[in-house]
Write a protein of this length. Structure first.
Length: 644
């Protein structure tokens, strides 16, 4: 059990936690929610001891273990990922080394009896600690989080930040701590890994506190909601769905109390104003004044406002909004998409889903013209106007503009009065809207970019992870706006709850092939499970249980083709690495030239350097994407060879 008592914590003059009390019991599963910046991560870091207490106490048993997954990137030692995960149980790993040393000594020592007793005791400890199945457990966790078998021995430096977070999560799960603190654990997980994690945590025996904006995930894991507001915790028994219902009831009750209080205050004020100067009523007037002052002190806290807004929209397009035929795209030699056919009609709201790296963002960038297909056509219907939001769009913001000016430059005059409201809804309030883009955080820049798109008059929105930097209230407001939006919509999001409320069709991208599912996201999940279950049944049927000689020959030919493909991929990877290395050197040289004042004596030279710099930067990104795809395909091929 962990007991937080009278915890107070401030940053500067801002009080984040005020006399906070919290008891986390064994097996408890809590979702810690609250607006961005309210102090959720600060509270988790206090619980782990990363932040020192300013006031209050934390009580826990001596052997109580806490595992903490932070949001930000983690520096892990440069080991193979399996070894890095096993370090989560460094005590057991060290115990195994002691046993190995003792066995070696035992073979050469004359004092076999004493060493044998020590060895027996250590082996018993090792077995009790789960040492004999530790590596198999680590492999199982890594597989669940999406790693291939041949990834286990690759150095962790070869993996992106998102995959490194998965390694660290695997290490925490292997530790089996008494309390798991998970800060946005779903941010870097695709659907398969997310579903596995939900199943794993459902069977986890310890306590769990999660901070997450994924309401679907919260509903699957948490049996209690703790809302952090104004430095205090409010407890709601049940999942997020129950919390929403209870919060609405609390808001209505609070509104009625506030209305009744206001009427009573007006009544007292009328009496005071009427009899203030009558000597015969002086005592009563003073009594009413004191009562009024006391009423002001116990006035209910501010009521949650319903955060609603409407999207700007252009005139409706014709019925056929978008037609894609025989689309194919590759990065250098690697085909990402082939034979893609898709037709989207006016007013459809579609989720585009698939594993990380499946090509979802590539497809949307093709749709908006940021990439050019090698084959096929993308044709928009008459009067279609496109709005596109993606994480990398923040690079297009003018860093010298204020947040307000940046949005106002892209919207119609009719939308100008809404800028302040929506920026405020997304966390930029008061004078924050007049801050330069250059000084805003990454999340704040993303919200400015999102506001620009939402207020731009378009009738076809394509949005890639629009909720990543939004808190619950902002996300709910965006949901309501998109539900009421009369235009056409394509959404990429890992937030299943968000998708479920908005879309009426799901398109899955897998191995370069599109599969369409009618219905919401929950319906898609069920149809997907049924499809995979049927596929497994067919694979296990008696008809397929015996392999003919021809089948074995075809398999041998397939293995040969895989081997040939492996060599091709290795050559392609080496080619990309050489290209990227050369371009990085030129990029560094251009950065030096652009930082040299002499380069700007000739405007033509400066313009040429700038143009070349942006072209090289874009080309590096494309080649890095292609290199990553080739690496992933190579690992999958190596896994196939390993399996055969």
């Amino acid at each position: 059990m962990l007991h937080l008592k009278a915890i107070t914590y401030s940053i500067g003059e801002r009080e984040l936690l005020r006399q906070l009390d919290w008891i986390i019991s064994p097996g408890q599963r809590v979702a810690l929610i609250g607006a961005n910046g309210v102090g959720k991560t600060t509270l988790l870091r206090i619980m782990t001891g990363e932040l020192s207490l300013q006031s209050g106490t934390i009580m826990k048993p001596k052997e109580y273990r806490i595992g903490y997954l932070p949001q930000e990137a983690i520096d892990l030692e440069p080991n193979a990922i399996l070894d890095s995960v096993l370090q989560g149980r460094s005590d057991v790993v060290e115990l195994e080394r002691k046993i190995e040393r003792l066995r070696a000594e035992l073979a050469e020592s004359a004092d076999a009896l004493q060493l044998g007793e020590t060895l027996g005791r250590l082996e018993h400890q090792f077995e009790h600690a789960g040492g004999y199945k530790l590596e198999s457990d680590a492999r199982e966790i890594l597989a669940g989080l999406g790693f291939k078998k041949l990834d286990y021995h690759r150095p962790i430096q070869e993996f992106s930040g998102g995959w490194r977070m998965r390694v660290y999560l695997a290490r925490l799960l292997l530790q089996q701590p008494h309390l798991l603190l998970l800060d946005e654990p779903t941010n870097h997980l695709d659907l398969a890994a997310l579903e596995w994690l939900e199943e794993y945590l459902s069977d986890f025996s310890g306590s769990i506190v999660i901070v997450s904006h994924d309401r679907f995930f919260i509903d699957r894991i948490a049996s209690e909601i703790c809302e952090l507001r104004a430095g205090e915790l409010r407890h709601y028994a049940g999942n997020y769905h129950f919390y929403e219902q209870q919060r609405m009831k609390d808001r209505d009750l609070l509104a009625k109390r506030a209305e009744q209080l206001q009427k009573e205050k007006q009544k007292q004020q009328i009496f005071i104003d009427r009899f203030r100067y009558k000597n015969t009523k002086a005592t009563q007037v003073q009594s009413r004044i004191k009562r009024l002052q006391k009423m002001a002190e116990i006035e209910p806290e501010s009521i949650d406002q319903q955060l609603d807004f409407q999207l700007a929209i252009d005139a409706p397009s014709y019925k056929d909004a978008l037609t894609i035929e025989e689309l194919a795209f590759r990065y250098a030699e690697e085909w990402i998409l082939q034979h893609i056919h898709l037709r989207i009609y006016r007013g459809q709201k579609i989720a585009l889903v698939g594993d990380n790296g499946a090509g979802k963002t590539t497809l949307t960038r093709l749709m908006v013209g940021q990439l050019t297909p090698q084959h096929g056509s993308i044709v928009y219907g008459h009067r279609v106007s496109i709005g596109y939001y993606a994480q990398h769009q923040v690079d297009a913001l003018n860093i010298d503009s204020t947040a307000y000016d940046e949005v106002s430059s892209a919207v119609s005059p009719q939308q100008l009065p809404n800028i302040r409201n929506i920026l405020g809804l997304f966390g930029l309030r008061g004078d924050d809207i007049y801050k330069k883009i250059a000084v805003l955080s990454g999340g704040e820049k993303a919200r400015v970019s999102l506001t620009k798109i939402l207020l731009s008059p378009v009738n076809f929105l394509i949005m890639d992870e629009p909720t990543n930097h939004l808190d619950m209230r902002s996300k709910e407001a965006l949901e309501n706006a998109l539900m009421q939006y009369n235009g056409t919509l394509i959404l990429i999001s890992h937030d299943r709850y968000f998708l479920d409320k908005i879309v009426s069709k799901v398109i899955e991208l897998h191995d370069g092939v599109l599969t369409e599912y009618e219905g919401d996201y929950t319906a898609y999940l069920e149809k997907r499970r049924q499809r995979y279950a049927l596929s497994e049944d067919e694979d296990n049927s008696p008809k397929n249980s015996k392999k003919s000689r021809d089948e074995r020959r075809r398999q041998a030919q397939a293995r040969q083709a895989v081997s040939k493909r492996r060599n091709e991929l290795k050559q392609a990877i080496e080619k990309y690495e050489n290209l990227i290395d050369g371009m990085e050197k030129r990029k560094i040289e251009l950065e030096r030239l652009l930082s040299d004042p002499l380069s700007y004596k000739s405007s033509e030279s400066a313009a040429s350097f700038t143009k070349e710099y942006h072209q090289i930067k874009d080309t590096i990104e494309l080649n890095l994407d292609a290199w990553g795809v080739a690496q992933q395909q190579l690992q999958e091929l190596l896994s196939e060879l390993d399996a055969t």
